[in-house]
Design a protein around this ligand. Structure first.
Ligand SMILES: [Zn+2]
Length: 185
């Protein structure tokens, strides 16, 4: 978890992840209008860099009181703010396996997934986020290398969240799966 693409969650359209040099010949890429979009292209050999979507996964874990498990980010961007365990799917990796792996790496517990909560994408953002519900089958949540603290929070009393869309995702989870303060998964 030390390479840029993982530290960059959720990555932005510029900066990290944007190719600067031709993968064929090493010549510097320049923006060129192709198929209705500006794409990095090589003036030397004609190579065009088509940027693929990236798939991220997150896991919402509730306790018996309907609280949601969050971790405080140890690294920039958004250091010190809170989010649920999340990260990128590796090429060739099952999405569900990535969700389980990231949760293990970030808060030190083994989870079983209870289904897909939602799939989130937005115009102009190359990241597609799949959020699962999960429950802990082994281990006690504790901070890993990527988190400062781990704690359960009532959905009506959340800490400062790292990512704008997370409040809506947690609210959706609460409305659908947490009835009267009791976790109903
Ligand atoms: Zn080239």
């Amino acid at each position: 978890m030390s390479d840029n693409q993982h530290d960059d969650y959720p990555p932005v359209m510029h900066g990290h992840g944007q190719a600067r040099f031709c993968l064929n010949c090493g010549y510097e890429l320049q923006p060129r209008e192709i198929d209705g979009a500006s794409r990095p292209a090589c003036a030397s050999c004609g190579y065009v860099h088509y940027q693929d979507p990236k798939v991220a996964v997150g896991v919402l874990i509730g306790d018996a009181n309907g609280r949601v498990l969050l971790m405080q980010r140890a690294h920039h961007p958004r250091k010190g703010l809170w989010s649920y365990p999340a990260g990128f799917v590796d090429a060739g990796e099952r999405v569900e396996d990535a969700a389980i792996r990231e949760t293990q790496e970030e808060i030190g517990v083994t989870v079983e997934l209870d289904g897909l909560l939602g799939l989130h994408s937005e115009t102009g953002n190359r990241v597609i986020l799949a959020v699962y519900r999960g429950h802990i089958v082994e281990g006690t949540p504790s901070p890993g290398e990527e988190s400062l603290a781990v704690a359960y929070f009532p959905p009506d009393s959340l800490p400062d969240l790292a990512f704008d869309r997370d409040a809506g995702i947690i609210r959706d989870w609460q409305e659908r799966f947490v009835a009267d303060g009791v976790h109903s998964a």
